[in-house]
Design a protein around this ligand. Structure first.
Ligand code: BGC
Length: 285
């Protein structure tokens, strides 16, 4: 490989079709201009849903997501909002109702990393990560639950009153030096999800989370463009020995918001090629 060629680990994900399990449902995905949010929005459309595509900075990416959704014969609108700002989240949910008339599925996905060791971390780095990755999830869940309660159950759409899948991370249980703000947000997100799931279970509002490991997304770009970092660092952490693809995660999201998983509630699905299996203990310990 020439020195300026960009390395990209091979894709070994099995091709699996997404079935039309969400026909006519209305979904909102935050951070849907790239990465896991974009893949989730497109997969939901593939399964039959119309989607509000939220973005913050990447308008072009959001338009690409909208185009991909329309190619699949579904409706989509892009909406700019900073999920850490209450007034912008309220405006986004107003837009959802105005565009689609209702909400069946909400995927609070927006997240960012602002890495620093704790003794060097600024208050701005701490607050922004907690603001987007945790407070943003709270605000979206709060507004979604209000809407779900107002709408009630319509069994011609789904046996659930509404579905929430929170985008978490393996770092909701794996400590991550140099990323304490991110791990604190994701760890907090897990018990927020479970507490909310307890609160709304009897209303048949379903709440779950997915926790991806290392997935081929823009957030991971520097780990995937260097064969050395990929082989020497990342693969040592992944027992399955392959990088995850965004579709590995989005297929699980579709299942978790469909009636196929009706009795799955308050749980976190790890999609990580075994990263949470303490791989350091393979041939050790
Ligand atoms: C992070 C990735 C990281 C992965 C596993 C994810 O939450 O966004 O950057 O590779 O966790 O450490």
């Amino acid at each position: 490989m020439s020195s300026d060629a960009v390395y990209s680990p091979p894709n070994e994900m099995p091709p699996v079709r997404i079935h039309k399990v969400l026909d006519g449902q209305k979904a909102l995905v935050t951070g849907a201009s790239k990465g896991l949010g974009q893949a989730a929005a497109i997969a939901l459309a593939e399964a039959g849903a119309d989607v509000l595509v939220n973005y913050y900075s990447d308008e072009q990416g959001a338009h690409h997501t909208v185009e991909e959704i329309r190619k699949r014969g579904r409706n989509a609108v892009a909406f700019k909002a900073d999920v850490a700002q209450e007034n912008q989240v309220l405006a986004m949910f107003d837009q959802m109702v105005e565009s689609f008339g209702r909400l069946d599925i909400c995927i609070p996905n927006s997240a960012l990393q602002l890495n620093a060791r704790v003794d060097e971390m600024t208050i701005a780095q701490w607050q922004r990560v907690i603001g987007v990755n945790l407070t943003g999830v709270f605000l979206c869940c709060r507004e979604a639950v209000k809407l779900f309660k107002r709408q009630g159950i319509d069994r011609s759409i789904s046996y659930a009153c509404g579905k929430l899948v929170l985008m978490s991370s393996v770092h909701d249980i794996i400590p991550w030096a140099g990323h304490a703000n991110y791990a604190a947000a994701k760890g907090g997100l897990m018990l927020f999800m479970k507490s909310l799931a307890q609160e709304v279970a009897a209303l048949r509002i379903r709440v779950n989370a997915v926790s991806p490991g290392a997935i081929r997304t823009p957030m991971n770009v520097e780990k995937l463009t260097s064969p050395e970092i990929f082989q020497e660092t990342l693969l040592k952490l992944i027992p399955n020995k392959r990088i995850g693809e965004p579709e590995d995660v989005s297929r699980a999201v579709v299942w978790l918001v469909s009636d196929e998983s009706d009795y799955v509630h308050g749980t976190t699905l790890y999609i990580d090629g075994g990263m949470t299996l303490y791989p350091g203990f393979i041939d050790a310990g």
